[in-house]
Design a binder for this molecule. Structure first.
Ligand code: ADP
Ligand code: MG
Length: 615
């Protein structure tokens, strides 16, 4: 009796395998570039169009293939890199599964041109969805060029599943950076939609890192080196003060292959213990060499996860080596018996300017004063209005005390480099009483009761509506800077920045220059101060990278929301009467004064009845 099990035809098997190997354009880039490295190329060029959705081309000057191999390479399990099972334990190449090209050819239009050095002529092959279309000899330079067009043309569901060009391009850049970091001796170029993204000449590790991540990276790097029997470490870690909010500069390259390892990452974080602010992430570019038989890189189809034989030992060596380097280069506190530890300033306070405490004595204060005088000091908080006239005035002692401290810290706040004036200081006639309570809420009395406004959310709403209008109608006022600002970005941050440049110009940014890894800003939106702009832009890009909106309206919306959130006056900031007045008026001039851009309630009202009920 015949069974029901059948062997899958090759093209079906290849499509299934493709699901594992080729998830997105970036996977194709990774496989093709790694093949070029394995073919001992010294120059590799990557060209993409529409984030690889339309075209991905990798050109190398490596060994090339002869006619037979050029045909065979598209077969499943066709590899020149291992012959025996034992070879798996002594891998020195990136590839070994022999399934990448078969998988890619199953889901795209592929064109291969290749020639070996010693041959006169090369070969040109076109394959579409695993089917050979043409094969002919051709005059070609030495090396190989793979052209992959219309990825997932035969699997529409996959194609629709791809993210926006920005997101896909970001993945491509990630893969490109990883291979380029692992092989500084190879020169790499990357071109996206006709413009050059990277041009990395052959160099040493340090220069390669700097060429990828921008000129400013150089001063951040602390060298790391250690050699033991089971592990050789070289590379760099970042000085703690340059730690970033995101993990975009963390690389482990094990035997020249980028890997992810939460375990080894933990070892590094441990070495930085106590040196990082908030949840900042240190940069690291660490090259680890272990004997090939002590790792298993076979556990993940895309080969970014590995298993080490002796993880515990690696952990310990890595941790102490990094710690030692941080100490050697004086970035970590070292034991110093001469030093008086009591003089150490906690990290948080290090950069703060000292201010002499101010003591203010209210010379007019009279504990036996009558009601009217006391009232004068109860201005900052509604609750004080409760103090009844005939009481002996021990409570007012507190009132005054509070008033005093209030004044002291007010001066402190004013001393800060004040970012931006909240509003134009036009004098507004104050009709009704208004207080700032706890530096967080604005309390305003109305005919019918009390209005309690959340100052931060109110300002977010005002700014959000301003930014959104400006960004869509492009008529923001820009404040020209006397000295243009130079700000450094990494290459992939620059990609995003260029993408959102028109939006930023809409809200008042003026860019004098957009380089490969820096921008020069000559004008800013009036709401943003030059001292905060670097941080705001870096954070904005980081935020967008995480979830880049697909359509242009949501992009404008996200940018406006983010800007509003970053610039809005925070809780804890003292506001003077004019600022309070402006904030409240600005809020009620908004289209939607009820909720913040993040859908949080901005104010509540307490009617006279509400209050009456409570008494
Ligand atoms: P693997 O890399 O795992 O061996 P691939 O499907 O990626 O499998 O490639 C199959 C074979 O094709 C490789 O083993 C190699 O012999 C050959 N090949 C692929 N790309 C190149 C290239 N750029 N230059 C020379 N040979 C290549
Ligand atoms: Mg390969």
């Amino acid at each position: 009796m015949s069974g029901i099990i059948q062997l899958l035809p090759d093209h079906v098997a290849n499509q299934i395998a493709a699901g594992e190997v080729v998830q997105r354009p970036a996977s194709v880039v990774k496989e093709l570039v790694e093949n070029a490295v394995d073919a001992k190329a010294t120059e590799i060029k990557l060209i993409v169009k529409d984030a690889g959705k339309t075209l991905i081309q990798v050109i190398d000057n490596g060994l090339g293939m002869n006619v037979t191999d050029a045909r065979l390479c598209f077969e499943r399990h066709a590899t020149s890199k291992i012959r025996h099972a034992e070879d798996l334990f002594a891998l020195h190449t990136k590839g070994f599964r022999g399934e990448a090209l078969a998988s890619i050819a199953a889901v795209a239009h592929v064109e291969l041109k290749t020639k070996q050095d010693q041959e006169e002529l090369g070969i040109h092959i076109i394959i579409e969805g695993s089917k050979l279309v043409t094969q002919e000899v051709a005059v070609l330079p030495k090396g190989t060029s793979f052209l992959v067009k219309n990825l997932f043309f035969n699997i529409p569901a996959r194609r629709n599943f791809l993210k926006s060009d920005n997101v896909e391009l970001k993945h491509i850049i990630d893969e490109f950076e990883r291979v380029a970091l692992a092989h500084p001796n190879i020169s790499f170029t990357m071109i996206s939609n006709g413009s050059e993204v990277f041009n990395l000449p052959s160099s040493n590790y340090r220069q390669r890192i700097v060429n990828i991540f921008g000129g400013k990276t150089n001063e951040k790097l602390v060298p790391v080196a250690e050699e033991t029997e089971i592990l050789k470490i070289s590379g760099f870690v970042g000085k703690p003060e340059f730690a970033k909010k995101n993990r975009s500069e963390q690389f482990f390259l094990v035997n020249n292959r980028f890997i992810r390892s939460p375990f080894l990452h933990h070892a590094i974080m441990n070495a930085y213990d106590g040196l990082l602010r908030d949840n900042n992430q240190p940069s690291y570019f660490l090259y680890l060499e272990v004997p090939p038989h002590t790792i298993d890189i076979n556990i993940h189809p895309t080969k970014t996860e590995v298993k080490f034989d002796d993880e515990q030992a690696l952990y310990a060596i890595l941790r102490s080596t990094v710690k030692h380097s941080l100490g050697m280069f004086n970035v970590a506190p070292v034991l110093d018996f001469e030093r008086d530890a009591t003089l150490d300033v906690p990290y948080d306070y290090k950069d703060k300017t000292m201010s002499t405490p101010l003591i203010q004595v209210d010379s007019t204060f009279n504990p036996f004063a009558t009601e009217t005088e006391t009232k004068k000091y109860s201005g900052s908080s509604v609750s004080y209005a409760k103090s009844t006239p005939a009481q002996p005035h021990w409570e007012s002692l507190y009132t005054d005390l509070k008033q005093d401290t209030f004044e002291v810290s007010t001066t402190n706040f004013e001393n800060e480099v004040v970012a931006s004036k909240l509003f134009d200081e036009t004098i507004v006639e104050s009709q009704t009483l208004m207080y700032q309570f706890n530096r967080k809420y604005i309390i305003k009395s109305m005919k019918s009761g009390l209005l309690v406004i959340h100052q931060n959310r109110a300002h977010q709403r005002i700014l959000y509506e301003q930014f959104l209008t400006n960004i869509t109608v492009h008529q923001a006022s820009s404040q020209q800077l006397l000295f243009p600002l130079e700000i450094q970005f990494s290459r992939d941050e620059m990609m995003y920045l260029k993408e959102i440049q028109p939006n930023l110009e809409g809200i008042g940014f003026a860019f004098e220059k957009m380089g490969l890894d820096e921008v020069v800003i000559s004008g800013l939106p009036s709401q943003i101060a030059d001292t905060e702009v670097t941080q705001i832009l870096h954070d904005l890009i980081y935020n967008l990278q995480e979830s880049l909106p697909e359509d242009s309206f949501s992009l404008c919306d996200s940018i406006s929301k983010f800007m509003a959130k970053s610039v809005a006056v925070k809780s804890g900031k003292y506001l003077n009467t004019i600022e309070l007045e402006n904030l409240v008026n600005g809020l009620f001039a908004c289209k939607d004064p009820n909720v913040s851009p993040f859908n949080k309630q901005i104010f509540i009202t307490l009617t006279t009845e509400d209050l009456d009920k409570r008494f």
